[in-house]
Write a protein that binds this ligand. Structure first.
Ligand code: SAM
Ligand code: SF4
Length: 326
């Protein structure tokens, strides 16, 4: 079996594929209000181009793919893209990150097309707090989540960005909600991505404190979840609930990083917190041969830096999360 390694010996087996930089929500830590500076659709990779790039990644040993954005469900005909990708040699795991606003409509098709697992962003269970964070309607998201449950995605993971003075007080409620519905729960620290992310860092919460707080209310045992992501898991004793802590700031996990990102305009970003990137679109549009595409991917992997510097240089990343593919 072919495997892909970077110059620090990390195996790269996972691509996060952004299919749009647009979104129907405006989360405070992610996308600025009034932000309309989207890439023109002609700069977006077409489904054919995405398929070609992912075929090349698959041949190099990447086997996991997460479809993300922006909000991936705002890209037209997304289930068609997923079914094309799920047929590619080597790709054996396709997952989706979504805000769930459009999931009621698309859950079934996506499941049929080959999405096995989904992650849903849900920062609050209180309609007014949810609205203040995302400018969207909680009710729609909860309905989308229930649709996901009905069609049988497994696992369904809830991602909650914990913010001081905003939703920090809801962590226990979210634990109960996930217990009730059989979801996995992951807490995330705010990252200084773009101006929005930097402003949100004023609300930064060290998840070690959240964990300590939960430990005083629930018995937490060491847990594991398949998936190879950065979360450190704990299991609530006597239940099936796994709680993950994603701590890019307080305890970075760069030494086990196994991924790169492909943005909607066809650029490979090798680290969320660094600029090292390689644009594939010019090559693709110039009619490159398959060998040239493969060489470019290998060059990109070689650029992958050892670690991010969110803590040391929070001013560094001008891209919003939705541009790189969160
Ligand atoms: N729209 C989809 C969603 O919200 O799940 C997928 C894309 S979104 C950019 C992916 C994840 O990035 C979400 O869980 C979101 O909470 C997270 N995110 C965005 N900006 C962030 C920031 N500055 N710090 C931490 N997490 C962030
Ligand atoms: Fe949209 Fe997801 Fe960013 Fe929120 S986090 S604005 S839902 S892309």
């Amino acid at each position: 079996m072919t495997t892909l390694h970077d110059k620090f010996g990390r195996r790269i087996e996972y691509v996060r594929l952004s299919v749009t930089d647009q979104c129907d929500l405006r989360c405070v830590y992610c996308m600025p209000m009034g932000f309309h500076d989207f890439e023109e659709p002609e700069h977006w990779l077409s489904f054919e181009e995405i398929e070609r790039v992912m075929r090349a990644f698959g041949a190099l040993g990447v086997h996991r793919l997460r479809v993300t954005g922006g909000e991936p469900l705002v890209r037209r005909n997304l289930p068609e893209l997923v079914s094309r990708l799920s047929g590619l040699p080597g790709i054996d795991d396709i997952s989706l990150s979504t805000n769930a606003t459009r999931l009621r409509k698309h859950a079934h098709e996506l499941r049929e097309a080959g999405v096995a697992r989904i992650n849903v962003s849900l920062d609050s269970l209180r309609p007014e707090v949810f609205k203040a964070i995302t400018h969207g309607k909680l009710e729609k998201v909860l309905d989308g989540l229930m649709a996901a449950k009905e069609v049988g995605f497994a696992p369904i993971k809830i991602n909650m960005v914990v913010m001081k003075g905003v939703n920090e007080g809801e962590v226990e409620d979210m634990v109960r909600f996930c217990l009730e519905h059989g979801f996995t729960l992951r807490f995330i620290e705010t990252m200084p991505m773009g101006d929005t992310g930097r402003d949100a860092v004023d609300h930064y919460v060290d998840l070690r404190d959240v964990r300590a707080r939960l430990e005083s209310r629930f018995e937490l045992l060491p847990g594991v979840m398949p998936g190879g992501g950065p979360a450190r898991y704990m299991k609530v004793a006597g239940t099936d609930l796994n709680i993950g802590f994603i701590t890019p700031i307080s305890q970075h996990f760069c030494e086990t990083c196994n991924r790169v990102r492909l943005s909607v305009d066809g650029t490979i970003y090798t680290c969320l917190g660094q600029e090292h990137n390689l644009p594939l679109r010019p090559l693709l549009r110039a009619g490159c041969r398959d060998e040239e595409l493969t060489r470019a991917i290998l060059e990109a992997i070689d650029l992958k830096p050892e670690r991010h510097e969110f803590r040391e240089k929070p001013e560094k990343i001008l891209r919003f999360m939705s541009m790189t593919g969160g």
